[in-house]
Design a protein around this ligand. Structure first.
Ligand SMILES: C[S@@+](CC[C@H](N)C(=O)[O-])C[C@H]1O[C@@H](n2cnc3c(N)ncnc32)[C@H](O)[C@@H]1O
Ligand SMILES: [Zn+2]
Length: 430
């Protein structure tokens, strides 16, 4: 844990002013910000996170407005202005992200850049003036949750809320799921990867309401733990999420989810969640769904689904492959973690406007990988671990992929890991 603490400290101090230096200027995208203290957080490594968020929100604004107007094509400019699109950056630090949103995302009505630290808010105010975006960005000095609770009335809600905290976002989720508009978007970062990746399953339960496991596919598992946690918070208010894009990058994860209201839809949540059995010997993972649906035989509601409980447990006492015991983790989100048509539109936006993003190439690479991911197959294997388990020499990943395809199954990479194999092929052929 000590090493992790050191890494966290480096991450937090990744922007350091030299002794005697009074002010540091940082240019990113169309914004130039000035920071006068090491106490105000700026992390250059997160440029990818900010670029990606700008690409996602630029794509989303139009879709949101079209949905609100009830039209999908040929929106006139004046119609785009009729529907407000307000963004809350609840944890803003220098204001860099909000200022970039103001300068780089078309058709935004208002952005609130909030922080609890008085010093951060002073920096935000100076940067708003320095960048001449006072018409679009307001600085706010408040606790993020208090500010969001003040906006939970449907007429006051935000079209987009951005949560980019140090570590875990869970203390902000209850307020966030209540203060985002229907069809609005939540953008959430989590950087406490050690907890999400199984180093402290008991802490993971405390923070996210799910037990994490140490497994080779921990990055996607982390995304799925965060998604189930947001869904759980939303369900309390008869709201539910639809993941648009879920990314694991560097030392953090970032999810973009649409939020809607509907008690009937919330009933489908248990069918989107599973507990996770992990064999202690061979690491094989078996999912245990919490709920299921079947067609309703009643003639009155022929299209409606009937909810039922799936058979359990989905594994025997000992593992089929190696005769060892299982561990139990979860629940995790096991429905799709991306909306592929939306991912395609974001990718198009980035490839058509590469000059807008310092990290355009990386975004295009990651989104292209995401588009190839098998949408209905949760989690993945890691090539060398898989071969290590059956004690044979690792073969090139392309040959392994062809072998799976030849056997009649589907296969893809996961953006979350280079040597990943996502497949619907079972661990054992009967
Ligand atoms: C990781 S930084 C945000 C970085 C920023 N979003 C960016 O892209 O550069 C987290 C910020 O959250 C602020 N913060 C922590 N707890 C808060 C709370 N309860 N309400 C509002 N701000 C808070 C901290 O002062 C810090 O500036
Ligand atoms: Zn086993």
């Amino acid at each position: 844990m000590k090493l992790l603490q050191v890494l966290t400290d480096i991450f937090k101090r990744s922007f350091i002013m030299e002794p005697g230096e009074k002010c540091k200027s940082i240019i990113e995208g169309l914004a130039e910000i000035r920071v006068k203290s090491n106490k105000v957080f700026y992390n250059p490594v997160q440029e990818f996170n900010r670029d990606l968020s700008i690409a996602v929100l630029s794509t989303y604004v139009k879709e949101y407005k079209e949905q609100k107007i009830g039209k999908t094509k040929h929106l006139k400019d004046c119609e785009l202005h009729d529907v407000p699109f307000t963004i809350l950056e609840a944890l803003s630090a220098t204001g860099l992200r909000s200022i970039r949103y103001a300068k780089e995302i078309p058709n935004i009505t208002k952005i609130i850049a909030n922080d609890l630290s008085a010093q951060a808010v002073d920096t935000i105010k100076e940067n708003i003036t320095y960048n001449s975006v006072g018409n679009l960005v307001d600085a706010s000095h408040d606790d993020a949750c208090m500010l969001m609770y003040k906006h939970k009335n449907p007429r006051m809600r935000f079209a987009a809320i951005d949560l980019d905290p140090y570590g875990c976002p869970s203390i902000f989720l209850d307020a966030a799921v209540q203060s985002v508009q229907d069809y609005g978007i939540l953008c959430v970062t989590a950087t406490d990867m050690a907890i999400l990746a199984g180093n402290s399953p008991e802490t993971c339960y405390v923070k996210y309401g799910a037990v994490s496991l140490k497994t080779k596919c921990c990055h996607e598992m982390a995304l799925r733990i965060l998604l189930q946690s947001i869904e759980h918070h939303a369900n309390r208010y008869s709201r539910y999420i639809e993941p648009l894009l879920s990314i694991s990058a560097d030392f953090y994860i970032r999810v973009f989810v649409r939020v809607n209201t509907g008690a009937q839809q919330c009933k489908k949540t248990t069918s989107k969640l599973s507990m996770v059995y992990q064999c202690v010997g061979c690491d094989t993972i078996t999912l245990q769904p919490l709920g299921a649906t079947k067609p309703n035989p009643s003639e009155r509601n022929p299209g409606q689904l009937k909810f039922c409980l799936p058979a359990a447990p989905s594994v025997g006492e000992l593992c089929l492959h190696c005769n060892q015991r299982h561990r139990l983790g979860g629940p995790i989100w096991t429905a799709p973690i991306h909306n592929m048509p939306f991912v395609t539109r974001v990718l198009e936006y980035v490839t058509e406007n590469p000059h807008l993003f310092g990290t355009a190439k990386r975004i295009a690479g990651v989104l292209s990988m995401v588009r190839e991911e098998l949408p209905d197959v949760p989690l993945y294997h890691i090539l060398d671990k898989l071969f290590g388990r059956v004690h044979i020499q690792t073969m090139p990943i392309l040959i392994m992929r062809s072998a799976i395809l030849n056997a009649g199954y589907r296969v893809s990479f996961s953006h979350a890991s280079k040597l990943s194999i996502k497949t619907d092929a079972p661990a054992r052929l009967n």
